[in-house]
Design a protein around this ligand. Structure first.
Ligand SMILES: [Zn+2]
Length: 83
């Protein structure tokens, strides 16, 4: 069951921040509490999280760096074993 924030017959006059659940105006583009960007309202009364290409690239970069680190550790062990 869904939680009780779906009042389907009543037009919604506010949306909620998807990060901290603060009530915001329908046309708000930023949360007044946590300053995060928020999108349009979804069917549950929550603001959608706008897709941020910067955040996406940053997380991708961290994954690549982590992969390189693990790979270096693995290769380093292999090299020290054989030589
Ligand atoms: Zn917020």
């Amino acid at each position: 069951m869904l939680p009780d924030f779906e009042h389907s017959n009543r037009p919604l006059t506010s949306k909620r921040c998807p990060y901290c659940y603060t009530h915001l105006r329908l046309n708000a583009t930023h949360c007044i509490e946590c300053r995060m960007k928020v999108g349009k309202i979804d069917k549950y009364g929550l603001a959608k999280k706008p897709i941020s290409i910067k955040a996406y690239l940053a997380s991708l970069l961290w994954l690549v760096l982590l992969g390189i680190y693990i790979w270096k550790v693995f290769i380093g062990r292999f090299m020290s074993d054989s030589g």
